[in-house]
Design a protein around this ligand. Structure first.
Ligand code: COA
Length: 125
């Protein structure tokens, strides 16, 4: 059963500006080591960081409570499987909140923006 859906569009230039301004502080607060190293493995890392940012926002929207539940950006982590397909690993408070549910995500990049779509699905009991 679908419990929630969320979508987010992120301007790549906005993420680039934020990284330029805050550098490591922004990166380490928002992204896990694995997310950073995935992005850094690409020729142009910023769109991939922007995509991960969009996923976190999309999941927050799907939660309906948004980010008001006291959890952290890193509680929602994007990993890509061997074919490149993204999936979400939950940590901390969000993991507790979504026990018994799974998250499906999809990402797309264009030249200037990235978009992420998330679905929270209750697992069959
Ligand atoms: C995978 C594919 C669909 C990506 O599409 P694209 O138009 O090149 O690029 P987009 O910007 O729209 O999407 C990129 C995102 O797709 C996602 N993606 C990559 N491989 C994927 C896969 N096998 N399944 C689902 N999503 C995938 C990733 O999240 C990626 O962003 P990220 O690297 O920041 O995580 C494309 O490379 C392709 O058609 N490959 C060949 C066929 C294929 O393997 N299809 C897989 C779907 S069944």
């Amino acid at each position: 059963m679908i419990e929630g859906i969320g979508v987010d569009v992120v301007e790549i230039a906005r993420i680039r500006r934020t990284i330029d301004q805050w550098s490591g502080t922004f990166l380490n607060r928002v992204f896990t080591e694995q997310e950073i190293s995935y992005a850094q493995s690409k020729k142009n890392p910023t769109p991939h960081l922007a995509a991960r940012f969009a996923v976190k926002e999309a999941v927050a929207k799907a939660l309906t409570t948004g980010w008001s539940g006291g959890f952290r950006w890193k509680d929602v982590e994007v990993q890509n499987n061997s074919s490149g397909k993204p999936c979400v690993i939950l940590n901390g408070h969000v993991r507790e909140l979504l026990k018994g549910s799974r998250i499906l995500v999809s990402i797309s990049h264009s030249e200037n923006v990235v978009i992420a779509f998330a679905i929270i699905e209750k697992e069959a009991s």
